[in-house]
Ligand binder design. Structure first.
Ligand code: 5AD
Ligand code: SF4
Length: 458
């Protein structure tokens, strides 16, 4: 269900009230942890803050509001956050007018409520994922009442349209097409903190992308926890076709695809349409059927390899990436070796691997371990070593080829070089001028390492 338009208008009126109440020149520092969905939510926070008269800073000392948009997927994200907040306590004592806010997935967990109340009293604003659209009201309350505001709504199943957005990039844009997840993989906290699946109306999505195209965006990334079960008036395959018909959007990517739901039709559309990138993120999590069953993934390796083979035969240059969890409860060396075999068979371009982290409230929380933490870490390292050698080999095969690169600006690591990405999503460095930013150029690859390609403009 859509959040009532009147409610969004009411929030916009509150934005004006904050703007008149605050002195000009206030700055906010937004710290985004976690996934692309969070980055996309932070762009909405930034959009609302702009309308409320805030500017932005990276420097905590200059900020009058520091806002953490948090992740709850693994324990280290939580530790990182509390470390960062703890470090601000002194600053807050020095500057009592400083507002500190925490939002996103972490506070949406019930267990966090007490923690904020007891140990992090100096945090002024706490709100969860379902309250994002109410941020203006929450901030206004904190400013006017000079006391902590905690707003963890339980209501879910809603989609909000019309929230102002300040995108961090003028060339490629994240576009959420759906929110939440119904899959309940046994290790994962996402369905609990982001709620059940709900899709945006396809007309709202198309309107947003049309506007992006008119403002000069060249690339869109369609976002959802499981885009293949999109159901906003069209199925995902038909949404993709309509997005692909929009003029001047030259690259379309989407994530994440669940292997149980990726249809042949989507693969065919990827193969047929020029502007849908030959790139797919297809999380496998484990190479062992026994583990996949315990993870509640609802596919087996035979099914997964069926998709991979179809992709490779229809789109020979497809760039594949995946997520892997090492050390899921009950994983044996034999299970782990099956994941290693899978990596050798699929030969992904990139993998994102994680050591399993127990998440309170998930079905896997109580499942017993059979492997020591030390062995899990050793396996993790072995896996990275294997994947690094595969990534390097795959990159070496690109030496001498010409790659089409969408230029994004000066490289973060080498200020003498421009950087951008090829169709497969790989980072490419080359010598070039700033006027190329936002354009597609051809780069002949001359050198590679595990993670990046370097070449010459042709
Ligand atoms: N522990 C480790 N990794 C996890 N992921 C999700 N939950 C956990 C967990 N509890 C990983 C999965 C998912 C990615 C986004 O994060 O691999 O695909
Ligand atoms: Fe988590 Fe599974 Fe949903 Fe992905 S599909 S968000 S891993 S529950």
């Amino acid at each position: 269900m859509k959040i009532d338009e009147k409610e969004i208008i009411r929030q916009k009126e509150i934005m004006d009230k904050v703007k008149t109440k605050n002195p000009a020149g206030l700055l906010c520092k937004i710290v985004t942890l976690g996934c692309q969905q969070n980055e996309s939510d932070s762009e909405k926070l930034a959009g609302m803050l702009t309308k409320m008269g805030y500017g932005f800073t990276e420097d905590s000392e200059n900020a009058s509001l520091i806002l953490f948009n948090t992740c709850a997927v693994r324990e280290n994200a939580e530790k990182k956050l509390f470390g960062k907040i703890g470090a601000l306590k002194l600053l807050k004592e020095k500057n009592p007018d400083l507002l500190i806010g925490v939002c996103g997935c972490l506070p949406q967990q019930k267990v966090m409520e007490e923690k904020f109340k007891k140990s992090y009293k100096f945090v002024d604003i706490v709100f969860g994922t379902h309250s994002l659209y109410r941020f203006p009201e929450i901030l206004y309350k904190a400013i006017s009442d000079h006391k902590a505001v905690r707003d963890i709504a339980d209501i879910e199943g809603e989609v909000s349209e019309g929230i102002p957005t300040l995108r961090s990039n003028g060339i490629k844009a994240y576009v959420s097409i759906m929110y939440g997840c119904n899959n309940f993989c046994s290790y994962c906290v996402v369905p609990y903190v982001r709620g059940r699946e709900r899709s945006r109306d396809y007309r709202d999505i198309l309107q947003e992308i049309n506007e992006l195209s008119k403002s000069g965006y060249k690339e869109v990334m369609l976002l959802g926890q499981n885009v293949n079960s999109y159901s906003g008036g069209l199925d995902f395959a038909n949404l993709l076709k309509k997005v692909s018909d929009i003029e001047d959007i030259e690259r379309i990517r989407f994530m994440t695809s669940h292997p149980k739901d990726l249809s042949d039709e989507v693969i065919d559309i990827m193969a047929e349409r020029e502007n849908i990138c030959n790139q797919l993120h297809l999380p496998v999590q484990s190479g062992s059927d026994r583990m996949l069953e315990k993870m509640n993934r609802r596919y087996d390796i035979e099914h997964y390899m069926g998709i991979v083979n179809k992709l490779k035969s229809k789109i020979p240059d497809v760039a594949l990436s995946t997520d892997i969890i090492v050390g899921f409860p009950g994983e044996t060396m034999e299970d782990f070796e099956k994941t290693m075999e899978l990596l050798k068979k699929v030969r992904y371009d990139t993998i994102y691997s994680f050591i399993y982290s127990r998440r309170y409230g998930t079905p896997a929380y109580d499942m017993p371990d059979v492997m020591s933490e030390e062995d899990k870490h050793k396996n993790f390292e072995r896996m990275l070593e294997l994947q690094n050698s595969i990534s390097l080999e795959k990159n070496k095969a690109l030496v001498g080829t010409v790659q089409t690169v969408l230029v994004e600006g000066l490289s973060k690591t080498n200020k003498l070089m421009q950087s951008g990405r090829n169709e497969g999503g790989k980072l490419v460095h080359f010598k070039g001028t700033n006027d190329l930013v936002g354009k597609f150029v051809s780069v002949k690859i001359t050198e590679v390492n595990t993670w990046t390609l370097t070449g010459e403009l042709i």
